[in-house]
Design a protein around this ligand. Structure first.
Ligand code: ADE
Length: 244
């Protein structure tokens, strides 16, 4: 997959894209990410990328021209062009999985008070938000989207790390994890995990996922993929704690 990122701060991406799993995916050629500075595309004398808003008000608005030209330069045919902004559709696991099927994404990072609406209307396919809060710019959101999407590209996670076994993949939160030592500050690793009995471990983990979701995000249970045993387990928990 190729991801082009258009930004006025390309240097912000250096360490994120060259470290850890994203760095490894790029080295392996599974992911090609290119950050392009919007500023050189500006036709103004001083290479401005923003101007005062029509109608007055605080802050500056990013100019349409440099963005349109930068988008044209990197997009080619078939690229899915995304503007990162708080108005957009919220990024979820399902959305990231869908984006991971694309061959080419172009991510546009806005700044200041926003971007001239005309370039968004005419040159961008969709807007994506990473949550209901306002960031100082779209760069951090583009990093989050890139990281989240990359995990679904086949081969990016090692064979033992599966994106399907994590929180939200089946709509549930993840079970707790433990590593050595067996006892740390008088706290023991749950016996079930030391049993060596795979069925028992799987049952324990599923129960823990259900309990964590019930405790922290009960809203997720409405849409989660639950089987008969899950429902029986949850009814049992309910019966224990909700006695009249
Ligand atoms: N830019 C500013 N805030 C943002 C958000 N919440 N999501 C995506 N891009 C943004």
């Amino acid at each position: 997959m190729r991801i082009d990122i258009l930004t006025i701060f390309p240097e912000m991406f250096d360490s994120v894209l060259s470290s850890s799993i994203l760095g490894r995916a790029r080295e392996k050629g599974l992911l090609d990410v290119v950050c392009t500075d919007i500023r050189p595309f500006s036709e103004s004398k001083h290479k401005n990328t923003d101007d005062y808003p029509f109608g007055g008000g605080a802050g500056m608005v990013m100019l349409a021209q440099p963005i349109a030209d930068a988008l044209k330069a990197v997009s080619g045919d078939g690229a899915r062009k995304i503007y990162l902004g708080p108005r957009g559709k919220t990024l979820t696991t399902a959305y990231a999985r869908e984006l991971a099927k694309e061959e080419h994404l172009v991510l546009l990072c806005g700044h200041y008070e926003g971007v001239d609406q005309r370039v968004l209307d005419s040159c961008v396919d969709e807007e994506v938000s990473i949550g209901d809060y306002i960031l100082t710019g779209g760069e951090l959101a583009a990093m989050v989207l890139t990281d989240c999407v990359a995990r679904f590209i086949p081969g990016v996670l090692g064979s033992e790390e599966s994106p399907e076994e994590e929180s939200f993949s089946d709509g549930l939160l993840e079970y707790p994890q433990y590593t050595r030592p067996r006892v740390w500050r008088d706290m023991e690793v749950p016996q079930e995990l030391l049993s060596g009995n795979h069925a028992r471990i799987a049952w324990w983990r599923r129960a823990q996922s259900l309990l964590a979701t019930l405790a922290y995000r009960p809203d997720l249970l409405e849409k989660a993929e639950l089987n008969k045993n899950d429902l029986r387990f949850l009814r049992g928990v309910e019966a224990c704690f909700c006695e009249d």
